[in-house]
Ligand binder design. Structure first.
Ligand code: COI
Length: 355
C-alpha cells in the first residue's frame, strides 16, 4: 500500500501533494519531501540497463556494498525551472554529466554516459512534473543524481559487481534561505582540512561532504554561518567554503576565484565566470593568499547549485575579522543567472535544455 511505501521509516509520512505546497512555493526551504518517485538504472555484467521509474524512496542494498563501506559514491546537484514561456528547462546538465564522469573515473566506477544522464534527469523531472515550482517563485526543482557501488566490496577491488545510478528530485528554495543578500559570517578553518592536494576534492565524492560535517557543525555552534577551508599543505591559500566555491570581487571589479586541484569543480562558478566576462569584468582563476589578499576584496560570495551565490559578510581568521563592503556586483551576476534560469533573461550561452 502507498502509505507503507512512504512511511516505512517514519510513520505518518505520506506522499506530498500539490495541495500541500499551494501556499509554500515561495518558501519551500531545502528539505526532503516524498514525491512521486525516482529513476533508477543498474549496471551489471559490464553494462547499464534501460532504467526504470521507482515510486518507493527505499532500496534493497547488499550489507557489504562498496558505497556503504568505502564511500564509493558520487552525486550531482542541478536544477529544473518552470520558465516564463511555460516550458520546463534544466540548467546545463551536460556540465554535471561531465563532472560525474570525472568522479566515476576517480572512484573507479563505470561512467554514466551523458545521454543516459540527461535521459535519467529529464525522466525524473517529467515523472514529478507537478512538483516543479511554478514560474515566479523563488524556487526550483532540485535534481540529485547519484552514482554508487551498490554491489558488495570487501577487499578494495576496483570493480564491484553492481553499480546504481539514481535520479531523485525535490521542490526546493535556496540552500541558505532567501537571504542571499543578507549574507553569512564565515570562520576560517585552522584545525580542519576539507581535501588533500592530490585527493578527491575536485569531484563530488560523498566522502568530501562527510569530512565537512564536523567542522561546519563546530563553526555553527560558535555562531558562524559557514566554514572557509584553506589549502591543506600550507594553510595559506583559499580553497572553498562548506558546500560552496569562493568568489571575490576586487575594488577594480575583477572576479577572482581560487585555482587548486582539490577544489570542487563548481558548475555554478564556471557559469558565473562566463557572465562576469560578458559584463566586461576581468576573471582570474588563480591561487589566492588569504592573509595577503583578503583585504583586496570588496565583495565575497559563496557559490554552488543550491546556493547560487550568497553574500559572505565577514571572514574570521583567529582574532582577525575581515568585513566585506557590499554585494552589488555579485548581486547583479546572481540576478542575471537566476533570470536566465527562469527565462526572464535571454539564454545567450545556450545553457537551458528543454525537458
Ligand atoms: C549543491 O549545491 O547542489 C550541493 O551539492 C551542495 C549540497 C550540500 C546542497
Amino acid at each position: 500500500p502507498e502509505e507503507e511505501v512512504y512511511s516505512y521509516l517514519t510513520p505518518g509520512i505520506r506522499k506530498t501533494t500539490v495541495e500541500d505546497l499551494a501556499d509554500k512555493w515561495d518558501n519551500l526551504g531545502f528539505t526532503i519531501r516524498p514525491v512521486n518517485g525516482h529513476i533508477k538504472y543498474t549496471w551489471q555484467n559490464g553494462r547499464w540497463d534501460k532504467g526504470a521509474f521507482v515510486p518507493a524512496p527505499y532500496i534493497l542494498l547488499h550489507i557489504n556494498s562498496g558505497a556503504l563501506h568505502y564511500g564509493v559514491s558520487v552525486f550531482e546537484g542541478l536544477k529544473a525551472f518552470a520558465c516564463k514561456d511555460g516550458m520546463v528547462r534544466l540548467m546545463n546538465p551536460l556540465l554535471n554529466a561531465a563532472r560525474m564522469q570525472e568522479g566515476a573515473r576517480k572512484l573507479r566506477m563505470p561512467e554514466v554516459p551523458s545521454e543516459m544522464f540527461v535521459e535519467g534527469v529529464s525522466e525524473a523531472v517529467k515523472h514529478n512534473a507537478e512538483f516543479v515550482p511554478p514560474y515566479g517563485n523563488n524556487a526550483s526543482m532540485y535534481v540529485r543524481p547519484l552514482l554508487f557501488a551498490s554491489g558488495e566490496m570487501l577487499g578494495l577491488s576496483p570493480l564491484a559487481q553492481e553499480y546504481t545510478f539514481f535520479v531523485t528530485v525535490l521542490p526546493a528554495g535556496g540552500y541558505f534561505g532567501s537571504g542571499a543578500e543578507e549574507g553569512v559570517d564565515a570562520l576560517v578553518m585552522e584545525e580542519y582540512d576539507r581535501a588533500a592536494p592530490m585527493g578527491t576534492g575536485a569531484v563530488k565524492a560523498a566522502g568530501n561532504y562527510a569530512a565537512d560535517l564536523e567542522p561546519v557543525h563546530e563553526s555553527k555552534a560558535k555562531g558562524y554561518g559557514t566554514t572557509l577551508y584553506l589549502d591543506a599543505k600550507e594553510r595559506r591559500y583559499i580553497e572553498e567554503f562548506s558546500v560552496c566555491n569562493f568568489v571575490g570581487i576586487t575594488k577594480d571589479g575583477t572576479f577572482v576565484t581560487p585555482a587548486a586541484g582539490s577544489i570542487l569543480a563548481s558548475t555554478t562558478n564556471k557559469m558565473l565566470q562566463k557572465l562576469a566576462e560578458a559584463e566586461g569584468m576581468k576573471v582570474e582563476v588563480r591561487p589566492i593568499d588569504f592573509d595577503k589578499e583578503i583585504e583586496s576584496f570588496e565583495e565575497v560570495g559563496m557559490c554552488g547549485t543550491a546556493a547560487v551565490v550568497v553574500k559572505v559578510k565577514s571572514l574570521t581568521r583567529g582574532d582577525k575579522v575581515f568585513k566585506t563592503k557590499g554585494f552589488d556586483r555579485l548581486a547583479k551576476l546572481r540576478a542575471k543567472f537566476t533570470g536566465i534560469q527562469c527565462g526572464d533573461v535571454p539564454d545567450e550561452h545556450g545553457w537551458m535544455l528543454d525537458v
